[in-house]
Each structure stands twice: as C-alpha cells, then as structure tokens.
Design a binder for this molecule. Structure first.
Ligand code: NDP
Length: 403
C-alpha cells in the first residue's frame, strides 16, 4: 500500500524497519538511508533473513538538505520516517517540505550547541506544512509517543479531566556492563544531565538534575529509584491537556549508573562545549560517546524488563468522583532481542514508530500541518500496540500517587 523512506540505521531504526517488513500489507516498499551504508545493509540483511523482505539502501547525510531532497524525489515515498538523531529533525523537515512528502519522528529537535529540547522549533513549521498540504507527526516513540497516547486514551475512556499525571519509565534490564546507555549515549547523557522540570499550576518548576527521587515498585521488575527529569512530552501534554495541575516525568537509574555519571560530570567528560585536544577541537561528550559501548551491541546480553506507564488522577467520566488509573506496558529485553535482534529500549521506540507510520500512510490519522500524538484518536494506535508486541494493561489504583 505505501512506500516509506526511513532515515537512520541505529537500534530504533532496526526495530522499526523489521516491524514494517513484518507488516508488508501496509508497508509494501521499505527504503532505508543513513550516514553509514554498511549499517543500512546489515539491517537489510537481517530483515531479509527474518521477514523475507528485500530493502533498498542508500547513503545520505541527512543534514545536507539538497541531497535529502534528491533522495526523496528519487524514492518518491509516501512518508519519510526520521529515526536519525534529533539534530537532523529540521533539515529533514525542510527536505520533506521541498519534496512534498509527509514526515514523522520520535524525538524533538535539539540544537547541537545547546542541550535544550523544545517543540518550539518544530511547531514553527506548522503553517508551512499546512500550506503545502502535508502532515508532520512528532514524537512517535514510547516516551514521547505512547505515553501521550496512553494519557489521551484515559481521557477518552476513563477520565473527563486529568488533574495529576505522572509518567514512570523503568528500565529494569541488566546489560552486564559497568556503564552503558541504552540509546544514543550523547542524546541520553544530554537528557539526564539537564535540570529537571515539571509542570505545576500553569508553570514550569525547575530543580537540579537527578536530585528528586522516589522508590516505586514496578510490576515484574521490583522496587527501583525513579528520578524526576524533564522530558519532552510534558510540553505537549501541558498544551493539549490544559486542565493539568501537575505533570511529572520519572526515570529509573541504578546506583552504578548514577555513580559513573557523577564522576564523568565532575571531570568534565559530559561537556558539550568544544575543547582543544592536541591542536584540534573536540567535544568531550562526543569523545565519551565514542568510547562507551554502542547501544546496538547490548541486546545480546541484556536481561530483564522495561515497564513504562502513566498514572493519571481526575474526575471520572461516569460521574463517580475522583479516580486514579495506571496504564502501562511491560517489555522483555530477551524476547525483543529474539524477534528483531535489538534490546527492549530500541524495541519500545521502534514499534511505536512503525505504528505511527501506519497511522499516517493508512490515513487513520490525517491532517495538514505539524501535529503531536495527543491530537489524534488514541484507539487505532492502542489497538496496534496490542497486536504488534507492546500489549498494555490498565488498572484502577486506590488513590492519587503519594510521592
Ligand atoms: P543511534 O545512535 O543508534 O542511531 C542513530 C542513527 O542516525 C545512526 O545510524 C546514525 O548514523 C544516523 N545518523 C546520525 N547523523 C546522521 C546524519 N547526519 N545523516 C544520516 N544519518 C545520521 O540512535 P537510536 O537508534 O538509539 O535512536 C534514534 C532516535 O530515536 C534518536 O533521535 C533518539 O533520540 C530517539 N529515541 C526516542 C525514544 C522515544 O521513546 N521517543 C527513545 C529512544 C530513542 P551512524 O551509524 O553513521 O552513526
């Protein structure tokens, strides 16, 4: 039914492309392009092996807009699926506008020289996409992505209004390494070392990074320390669920991770300002990322589960007063690896990227302009989560969270 062009050949792309190939009735022709052709070819070989589907590959620097435009014109896809890094979001959106094709990504734009992720840069493209009659769908991963869809599903089926929202992201997986990140190390460390921010009574409240924490008992994982962090879906949720009195995001980290990160920060290895090294400029965090284990190599050894969900409190739809619901997915690292050769952090992002792509190319989610996940009917997306490896569960809790 649709030809798609996927950009980027990391763990998330690998999962998404495998899942697209398993759904060849929706994605009849998959093309894959990235900076390093050999990584595209490795994914294509695995997809041929696991799904029996041939994928054509291309080498591209996605920051070169004219080259991207040429590639899009040559391939003529119905949708460009950006699974490269957040730095490439704007050039790929520019290329989509020029070539007249819809766009999707899983992470919002971040300038290289400023560890600041905000939707403002991409929201500013709304009118241009609208005038061109094109659609851009932002943040179709797990968080952001599924967490917003979970919230809107609760708002459609359980709660008339949502007063309080807590997003809880637990990775209970153990990769057996002293220190490694489960997705791109540069992006991951920029995210966790940024100040924490949450939404409260109509404004952002900032606290130092990794200072506020709570212990939470995650089903099928156990009790873990979860740290208050800023995460991009808080911005879109605050916009599209305007009645929210408080919205927070929590992510679990083990003591070993915190210990290593603290030392690396203290010695300046997480800095993003260039420094002179042997006469040339290097960025300490990029050097650190180059020596850390590659996330795509962790799949083989990672054991355990992820458990990511949303706890929402508000006025019940059925008029029964205030209610609290917890909706979540549990994903097993080893099962994820068996299916696509990638661990659960890539899996829980790549599957929603495939589902979001299906929503766009099948016309279940339609629009002209730049859209967030909150703006569409959650039901078809939630149905596909159940069918394609990320089943979810919803339960009522006794009352609002007490942390
Ligand atoms: P990886 O670092 O594994 O993969 C990124 C890929 O992008 C690599 O293949 C890389 O090429 C390619 N790339 C980088 N720069 C360019 C460029 N200029 N032109 C073309 N290709 C380029 O990252 P992940 O797969 O872990 O993550 C992919 C995206 O998913 C990121 O944006 C990340 O932030 C997002 N993400 C979203 C989550 C969510 O839940 N919403 C969760 C986890 C990740 P090369 O191989 O040459 O380095």
């Amino acid at each position: 039914m649709a030809r798609v062009l996927v950009i980027g050949a990391g763990g998330v792309s690998s999962v998404c492309v495998h899942k697209m190939a398993f759904n060849k009735d929706i994605f009849t022709d998959i093309r894959l392009a990235s900076r390093t052709l050999s990584k595209c070819d490795a994914i294509a070989a695995s997809v041929k092996d696991r799904a029996g589907v041939e994928i054509r590959t291309y080498e591209i620097d996605a920051e070169e807009v004219p080259a991207m435009v040429n590639l899009i014109r040559k391939v003529q896809p119905a949708l460009v699926v950006n699974l490269a890094l957040p730095y490439q979001d704007l050039p790929i959106m520019d290329a989509c506008l020029e070539a007249g094709v819809d766009y999707l990504d899983t992470a919002n734009y971040e300038p290289k020289d400023e560890a600041k992720f905000e939707y403002k840069w991409q929201w500013a493209y709304h009118d241009r996409f609208k005038e061109a009659g094109l659609m851009a769908l932002l943040g179709s991963g797990f968080d952001p992505g599924v967490t917003s869809v979970f919230t809107m599903w609760l708002k459609k089926h359980k709660l008339k209004t949502i007063r309080q929202l807590d997003i809880l992201d637990c990775n209970g997986g153990d990769h057996g390494q002293a220190f490694a990140t489960n997705f791109n190390p540069e992006i991951n460390i920029r995210e966790v070392t940024a100040p924490a921010r949450h939404w409260e009574n109509g404004e952002w409240v900032e606290t130092p990074a990794m200072q506020v924490r709570t212990a939470f008992d995650f089903e099928e994982v156990g009790t873990r320390n979860a740290y208050l962090m800023y995460h991009e879906e808080l911005e879109s949720l605050a916009k599209f669920v305007p009645e929210l009195e408080r919205a927070r995001f929590w992510m679990t980290f083990g003591d070993e991770y915190i210990k290593h990160l603290t030392v690396l920060q203290n010695v300046g290895m997480t800095g993003i300002e260039p420094i002179k090294y042997q006469g040339r400029d290097i960025i300490p965090l990029q050097f650190l990322a180059a020596v850390l284990p590659k996330p795509e190599t962790l799949g083989e050894t990672t054991k355990g589960k992820t458990n990511i969900g949303v706890i929402a409190t508000g006025e019940a739809l059925d008029g029964s007063g205030e209610k609290t619901f917890y909706i979540n997915n549990i994903c097993d690292h080893e099962e994820a690896y068996r299916e696509t050769g990638n661990q659960a952090v890539s899996y829980t992002t790549g599957v929603p990227a495939m589902i979001g792509s299906a929503m766009v190319v099948e016309g279940k989610w339609q629009g002209e302009g730049v859209f967030n996940m909150e703006e569409f009917d959650p039901d078809p997306f939630m149905a596909m989560l159940n069918e394609h490896g990320l089943p979810w569960d919803v339960k009522e809790l006794d009352g609002p969270v007490d942390f």
